[in-house]
Design a protein around this ligand. Structure first.
Ligand code: SAH
Length: 204
């Protein structure tokens, strides 16, 4: 399967509807973000094993999460779980002169993501090795926050680091998660959307 076929599948199943997200996905070839031995599978709509028992997420899920996050040019975004760096690269293309901060707990993956982003000349992503549950207080607040690992509940530190009016998306739950989109309003945190039936590696 190639990129065009993958894009068609995501469109036909309703997971890709925003042309800005499509254009970002086209600009950051997924085969750049998977291990050499699995490059022939890069355009299948499946998660793929990386290292340290982690995976690059399924393309349709990456597309949906990116669409829900409703990014604007120039925004400052925090991602938890860099993995391969593919999701970070997509966010980076959409925010343009904005900036992505992405936190990863495995040093091997942080270096893998860094190398993958450098190969594509992407400069507006900063990878931080650390515990994403704590967020990145020194860079907060963030306009958008995306958690790409399953959590039982959204860590309070991340809600604290979201700007007023900002959006946060996360897979929440144990064996099977719901994607949850939250907004911070003057009255508090409000759930905007939620959808059942997703499976992510756990936030540890
Ligand atoms: N966004 C990635 C896929 C992420 S898979 C991509 O596009 O490839 C989830 C990632 O979250 C894994 O790399 C895992 O190591 C990381 N992770 C899990 N718990 C974490 C934590 N507490 N802090 C930072 N990263 C964490």
């Amino acid at each position: 399967m190639d990129l065009d076929a993958l894009i068609d599948i995501m469109k036909n199943t309703g997971f890709l509807t925003d042309s800005r997200v499509e254009s970002a996905i086209r600009k950051v070839p997924r085969d750049n973000f998977v291990p050499d031995s699995l490059k022939n599978r890069a355009y299948e709509n499946e998660p793929i094993h990386l290292m340290e028992k982690q995976t690059i997420s399924q393309p349709s899920v990456v597309s949906r999460m990116t669409e829900w996050l409703d990014l604007k040019e120039g925004q400052k975004v925090l991602e938890i779980g860099s993995g391969s760096g593919w999701q970070s690269a997509i966010l980076a293309k959409i925010v343009g002169n904005g900036k992505i901060f992405t936190v990863e707990r495995h040093s091997k993956l942080a270096s893998f993501a860094k190398k993958n982003l450098e190969k594509l000349g992407i400069k507006n992503v900063k990878i931080i090795l650390g515990d994403g549950r704590l967020g990145l207080p020194t860079e907060s607040p963030f306009d958008r926050i995306m958690i790409t690992a399953a959590c039982r509940e959204v860590p309070q530190a991340l809600l604290d680091q979201l700007s007023l009016g900002g959006l946060l998306i996360a897979p929440v739950g144990e064996d099977i998660q719901s994607l949850i989109l939250l907004r911070k309003t003057p009255e508090g945190i409000v759930e905007i959307k939620s959808q059942k039936g997703y499976v992510f590696v756990p936030l540890v």
